[in-house]
Design a protein. Structure first.
Length: 598
C-alpha cells in the first residue's frame, strides 16, 4: 500500500469537515491515494476536473468527499426536492456501489438525501419515491435518467429540480461513450445549468472522451495519476501489485484446464470472464454442477431483474466464483477478489486492463490469468506494447481431468442445457470474428471441430460460418438430439405437442400470403395459439427465472413458425431451416449495450 498512498487526510491544503474525517477513520481509509489528494482540493476550489487514473486507484472517494463538502458550503441550503449533485455512471452495479459509499457518509449528514435511478426497477416507483422522500444527490445510469427527465406527465419535472445543481460527475466517462450513451448524455446535459462544477473520471483517455471534455468542461484541470515506481516513459495501466499471467492450451482443452485451476484455488474468490451472455449461461450451469459445494453466481447484461441481488450476494461472499461478461469489467469494487480469469480474451485491449483491475485494488495484491490458444500467443506482445501490460507465462496445470463427458451428460439429460451449449458456441464464434485484434484473432484459423469438442457439443450447429464445411474429426453423438427432453415438464409438453402437430399435418405446399383461409379449423387453431401465448406471458410475469423465460420465448417462437407453416406463409423447407438454425439475439454476443441500463 505504501507505493500508492500519499499523505493523510489532514495534510490536504483544504480542511475537511470533522464528520467526514470521522467517517474515513471508521471506514479505515487512513491515507489518501494520489487521485484523491489531487482531485479533492481542486473540486473544493471550484475547478472542473478531468482525471485519468489506473483502475482500483480510489476514484470514487475523489468525488464523493468534494460533493458533500460543496453541498455543505452552499449559502442557500438545499430543500427536499432540490438536486445539488448528479453522478452518472454506465452500469447499475457501479451505481449501487457509489450509492453505498455515499450512504456511509450521509449517516452523519441526515440533511442530505440520495436516490438511485437505475434500470431493472419500475420507473413509476422511482418517481413516487422521489416525490415522497426527495433527493439532493442523484446517482443514475444514463438511460433511466433520460427517461426521468422526460416523465413530466407523472407529476415530477426533474428539469426544474436540477436548476440548483452544483456538481456533475461522469464516472467511467470513457465507458459511458463506449456503451453508446452519447445521445442520452446530450439530452441530459441540455437540461443542466451551465454554472456548475463538472468532473470526468476514467481509467483511459480516448478521442471521444476528449470531445466530451471540450464540450462539457470549462478550462478543466487535467490529472493523470501514475503509480510510484513506474517509469515516466511507460504509463502502467494495471495496478502495481497485480500479478498478470497467461496460459497456452489447445481450444478443446481450455475448459478442462480452467476447471483444474479452479479446483486448486477453490477456497478463493474468482471472477471468470466470458465474451458472451450465452457462454455465461452455459458454462455457469456447468460449473454449478461440477462444483456443487462452491458458491457460484452468473451475471450478464441480458439479466434485468436479478442482477442487483446477484451482485450484492457475491460481494458479501468470502469465496466463490462469479461467471460474467464485461458488464463487470469497469469500476466495480468487489472485496477480496483473488483471481480474475479471462476464459475469452475481450474484444478490445482496454477491456483486458479493466477486467484485470477487479483485483489488486487500492494497494492490495491480486492475480489475473488469461487463457490463450497457441495461435494467439502474440497477443501477449501486443498487450505489453499497446497497453503497457506485461504478462508472465504460467506453467502447465497439474492433474487436468477430462470433464467434458460430464458436460455432455448434462446436455443429454436436459434439452435446456443442450440449447445453451449450441447458443454459446454460435455466439462465441461470432464474437471472435468481431475482435479488434483481427490479425491475431483470425476466425478463419479457428478449428471449429476442436472448438465444438471444447464446448462438449453433441452435434455441430448450423450457422453461416460453418456453411459448406465438413468436420470429419468431430464425432457426433449416436443419440437423435430431437429425442432429448426438457426437464421442465411444461416446456417439454409444449414441444411435444408442436412436434406432433407438425407430424400430423405432413408436408404443405407454399401458399401465397394474400390468400385468406377462413375455415373453422384455422379460427380454432388461432384461438388456441392466442390462449397458449397468453398463458406463457402470464408465466413470464410471475417472476420466474429469467434464463428460463428466454428459453420459453424461444419455444413460443417455434410455435409461431409452426403457425406460419400451417397458414402457408412459409414453405416446409424454410420452416425446417429456421428450426434447425440456432437463433442468436443481439443481447447474446459481445459486451452489454446501452440498453442494459435503460
Amino acid at each position: 500500500m505504501d507505493n500508492i498512498t500519499e499523505g493523510t487526510w489532514e495534510s490536504l491544503p483544504v480542511k475537511l469537515n470533522d464528520n467526514i474525517l470521522e467517517t474515513l477513520r471508521e471506514m479505515k481509509f487512513t491515507h489518501m491515494t494520489p487521485v484523491q489528494s489531487a482531485c479533492i482540493p481542486l473540486f473544493m476550489r471550484n475547478k472542473d476536473v478531468a482525471a485519468e487514473a489506473v483502475t482500483g486507484s480510489g476514484k470514487t472517494l475523489a468525488f464523493v468527499i468534494p460533493i458533500i463538502e460543496i453541498l455543505l458550503k452552499r449559502e442557500d441550503k438545499l430543500k427536499k426536492m432540490q438536486v445539488g449533485a448528479l453522478v452518472i455512471t454506465p452500469t447499475r452495479e457501479l451505481a449501487l456501489q457509489i450509492s453505498e459509499v455515499f450512504e456511509g457518509f450521509l449517516l452523519k449528514f441526515p440533511q442530505f438525501k440520495q436516490i438511485l435511478l437505475i434500470g431493472g426497477s419500475n420507473p413509476i416507483e422511482d418517481v413516487e419515491k422521489f416525490k415522497e422522500h426527495g433527493a439532493n444527490i442523484v446517482i443514475a445510469t444514463p438511460g433511466r435518467l433520460e427517461d426521468m427527465f422526460r416523465r413530466k406527465a407523472d407529476g415530477l419535472d426533474l428539469s426544474i429540480l436540477v436548476k440548483t445543481l452544483d456538481v456533475l460527475v461522469l464516472d467511467e466517462a470513457d465507458r459511458l461513450l463506449d456503451m453508446g450513451f452519447v445521445a442520452s448524455l446530450n439530452v441530459i446535459l441540455a437540461f443542466l445549468p451551465k454554472q456548475r462544477r463538472t468532473g470526468l473520471f476514467s481509467a483511459t483517455q480516448t478521442q471521444e472522451l476528449e470531445k466530451l471534455v471540450r464540450a462539457g468542461l470549462r478550462n478543466p484541470v487535467r490529472i493523470t495519476v501514475k503509480e510510484k515506481g513506474v517509469a515516466a516513459t511507460a504509463t502502467q495501466k494495471t495496478p502495481a501489485r497485480l500479478c498478470n499471467y497467461y496460459f497456452i492450451c489447445r481450444i478443446e482443452e481450455k475448459f478442462n484446464n480452467m476447471v483444474a485451476f479452479l479446483k486448486e484455488h477453490i477456497d478463493e474468490k474468482h471472477l471468470v470472464f466470458f465474451s458472451t451472455c450465452a457462454s455465461v449461461e452455459y458454462y455457469g450451469r456447468a460449473l454449478e454442477t461440477l462444483f456443487k459445494k462452491a458458491d457460484i453466481r452468473c451475471i450478464h447484461g441480458k439479466m434485468k431483474n436479478k442482477r442487483n441481488k446477484i451482485f450484492a450476494d457475491f460481494r458479501a461472499l468470502e469465496s466463490g466464483i462469479l461467471v460474467c461478461t464485461d458488464v463487470m469489467a469497469r469500476g466495480i469494487d468487489i472485496p477480496d477478489v483473488n483471481w480474475v480469469l479471462q476464459y475469452d480474451p475481450p474484444s478490445n485491449a482496454s477491456a483486458f486492463v479493466h477486467r484485470c483491475g477487479r483485483t489488486a485494488r487500492i494497494g492490495n495484491q491480486g492475480s489475473a490469468l488469461v487463457f490463450l490458444l497457441p495461435m494467439e500467443e502474440s497477443y501477449v506482445t501486443f498487450l505489453s506494447i499497446n497497453q503497457k501490460c506485461p504478462l508472465e507465462r504460467m506453467e502447465p496445470i497439474e492433474d487436468v481431468m477430462d470433464i467434458l463427458p460430464k458436460v455432455k451428460a448434462m446436455a443429454l439429460a436436459d434439452r435446456a442445457m443442450y440449447d445453451r451449449g449450441m447458443r454459446a458456441y454460435v455466439s462465441s464464434v461470432q464474437a471472435y470474428a468481431k475482435h479488434e485484434c483481427s490479425l491475431i484473432f483470425r476466425v478463419k484459423d479457428l478449428d471449429f471441430s476442436a472448438m465444438a469438442k471444447g464446448f462438449a457439443l453433441l452435434r455441430m450447429p448450423k450457422m453461416p460460418e460453418l456453411k459448406d464445411k465438413s468436420f470429419p474429426d468431430f464425432v457426433r453423438t449416436d443419440i437423435d438430439t430431437d429425442t432429448i427432453r426438457y426437464k421442465d415438464k411444461a416446456r417439454e409438453k409444449l414441444r411435444r405437442k408442436m412436434l406432433a402437430e407438425l407430424k400430423e399435418r405432413g408436408p404443405a405446399p407454399l401458399v401465397r400470403r394474400n390468400v385468406v383461409r377462413n375455415t373453422s379449423w384455422s379460427k380454432q387453431k388461432q384461438k388456441q395459439d392466442r390462449k397458449r401465448k397468453k398463458s406463457a406471458k402470464r408465466q413470464l410475469g410471475e417472476g420466474s427465472d429469467e434464463e428460463e423465460d428466454e428459453d420459453l420465448k424461444e419455444l413460443l417462437n417455434d410455435t409461431r413458425l409452426l403457425k406460419r407453416l400451417k397458414k402457408g406463409k412459409i414453405s416446409e423447407e424454410d420452416f425446417n431451416k429456421q428450426m434447425e438454425d440456432v437463433p442468436l439475439s443481439s443481447t447474446q454476443t459481445g459486451s452489454p449495450k446501452a440498453t442494459d441500463d435503460a
